[in-house]
Design a binder for this molecule. Structure first.
Ligand SMILES: [Zn+2]
Ligand SMILES: [Zn+2]
Length: 377
């Protein structure tokens, strides 16, 4: 506070000193060297949740999103020079970021005409804290309203960042480097996009999620798909051991249940959608399974790849993860457990302090308790 005050006093005194040399404070900029660019706040409403957005960075006529430009009439050369420097640096960053997206935009020209000099691409792009997003859905219904592609992308930024935050609260930091995430609407688009990356942006390692609107109808299904795919991707990034893939499946269901408004949940590829329209919660179904004598085989389930999971496998994986999460293990314990190269049984013992039989015993008690499992659905 004192330093700020000192700085302000210094500024005022400097201005007075300069003004005393015969000049009046510059009227257009009020002696900051900067003037506002036109209507930026209105034009770029909703851009605050991203660091960069192509609709802004690509828009030269709107100063690429710079909220000020150097005062063209400034009577204070030092201030004007400083403002110019900051402005040029801001523009340089926007252009540099935007150039990296252009090979994609050039390869995916849309027939639609653009407004405000933004190129006609089939993709929108932005960069957030955790993601470099390339978004290829068309317009889409959200909360009963039709939203255009750019708007949908911005709405998803909040959802994706919320997922990262929730995951990090359990597992600690998972995204060391920003993840290049691409959403496309079908396998052919995915194939072409990967080709563009290979040929024009070989330094980027793209993660491509395919959303087939006909198969996963509606916004909640898109949200759910992204949650499952990202949980998997982010857990893989900590070198998740092969015999711990049930954690990824279980955590996918956990986060889908806590973040997606009405999760309907795929419960396994082999018996897909077995509980799709069931009114019972996952916790209820797990309890019923246990009551009817079905129980999971830890070694067998750990040996499976998620593509081999049955509905029961997915339910039990979910329930094990819920059980481990409610025990409140610290993120570093989780990460140590996930990537420990020992077999899963040993890793369980080393990091969560339980043999497989103790773990299953305690879990059964947790899962059999009526109305105490933490299923939000
Ligand atoms: Zn934007
Ligand atoms: Zn000025």
């Amino acid at each position: 506070m004192i330093r700020l005050f000192a700085f302000l006093s210094f500024l005022v005194l400097s201005l007075l000193a300069t003004a005393q040399e015969g000049e009046l404070p510059c009227v257009p900029c009020g002696s900051t060297g900067r003037v506002r660019t036109v209507n930026q706040d209105v034009l770029y409403q909703g851009e605050d949740n991203v660091l960069f957005c192509a609709n802004v960075a690509g828009n030269q006529r709107r100063f690429r999103g710079m909220r000020f430009r150097p005062c063209p009439l400034c009577k204070f050369p030092d201030l004007a020079a400083k403002a110019r420097e900051e402005y040029d640096e801001g523009i340089r960053k926007q252009v540099e970021w935007y150039r990296l997206r252009q090979p994609i935009d050039r390869a995916f020209k849309s027939r639609l005409r653009s407004a405000n000099g933004v190129p006609n691409s089939k993709f929108s792009h932005c960069t957030t804290e955790h993601f470099d997003l390339t978004w290829g859905t068309s317009k889409h219904v959200m909360d009963g309203k039709v939203v255009d592609r750019h708007g949908v992308m911005h709405r998803y930024v909040d959802r994706l960042e919320a997922l990262c935050q929730s995951m990090e609260s359990v597992f600690g930091t998972l995204v060391e480097e920003r993840l290049n995430l691409n959403l496309v609407t079908g396998p052919p688009m995915a194939k072409s996009l990967k080709k563009v990356y290979r040929e024009s942006l070989p330094e980027v390692d793209p993660f491509v999620v395919i959303w087939q609107a006909g198969k996963h109808k509606g916004d909640d299904r898109l949200h759910e798909l992204l949650v499952h795919q990202l949980v998997d991707k982010l857990l893989m990034s900590v070198d998740l051991s092969d015999d711990r893939q049930w954690v990824s499946v279980g955590a996918g269901h956990h986060f889908a249940h806590s973040l997606v408004e009405s999760p309907r949940v795929r419960t396994g590829v082999l018996a897909e959608q077995a509980y799709h329209d069931s009114a019972d919660s996952f916790a209820d179904i797990v309890r019923q399974r246990l009551e009817s004598g079905v129980s999971p085989d830890f070694a067998a389930l750990s040996a499976k790849a998620p593509s081999e999971f049955t509905s029961d496998d997915s339910l039990f994986a979910w329930s094990w993860v819920e059980f481990l999460m409610q025990a409140g293990h610290a993120p570093d314990k989780w990460q140590a457990f996930l990537k420990d190269p020992q077999p899963v049984a040993n890793a369980l013992e080393s990091h969560f302090g339980a043999s497989v039989s103790d773990f299953l015993e305690a879990w059964k008690q947790f899962a059999s308790r009526p109305n105490e499992s933490s299923d939000n659905s």
